[in-house]
Write a protein that binds this ligand. Structure first.
Ligand code: HEM
Length: 141
């Protein structure tokens, strides 16, 4: 990898989004993957859909091997100017809305409480029945 690598604006990188000219961004680095398209074990389609965005998470999700990561260096052409990355190009899950937040937080809590309270409740009923049974037996004998 050249130490004096060039810095490319996101808009410039995003233009290279087709089969004959395909650039991707992974970990802030730009790779020209056109020569890999036909031989890429994950297929060319995944690489084409990884254009016009920060493909870091997509790349990491696959869990590429060390040899795949080594191989990438051959296709390195520069760094992306991170200031030019639009928010939607940065792959991050959308933040949950307030309503969702409450739902996601409260339901596991309720389940945990039920898991704890329900056995106690059943135990209390069993004791009560046993107590009631003994009392009844005593009164009949
Ligand atoms: C220069 C960039 C890339 C290179 C050199 C590369 C190389 C490779 C190699 C060698 C493999 C075989 C498995 C391994 O050794 O890990 C692979 C699998 C794969 N790659 Fe990439 N890859 C690149 C970028 C990407 C990107 C950006 C994606 C986007 C999602 C992607 C998706 C996949 C998928 C889905 C597989 C198949 C995994 C499987 O079937 O188990 N790759 N890649």
């Amino acid at each position: 990898m050249a130490s004096n690598s060039k810095t490319l604006a996101f808009e410039e990188v995003a233009k290279h989004n087709h089969k004959n000219d395909c650039w991707i961004i992974v970990h802030g680095k730009v790779y020209e993957v056109t020569p890999v398209l036909d031989d890429h074990p994950g297929g060319d389609e995944v690489l084409l859909t990884a254009t016009e965005k920060d493909a870091t998470i997509d790349f990491e999700d696959v869990g590429h091997s060390d040899s795949a990561i080594e191989m990438m260096e051959k296709y390195f052409i520069g760094k992306v100017d991170t200031c030019t990355l639009p928010a939607k190009a940065i792959h991050s899950p959308p933040p949950p809305t307030q309503a969702h937040n409450v739902a996601y937080q409260s339901s596991p809590f309720v389940v945990k409480m039920l898991q704890f309270v329900l056995p106690l409740f059943i135990l209390a009923i069993a004791f009560a029945l046993q107590h009631y049974g003994k009392k009844k037996q005593a009164s009949t004998s």
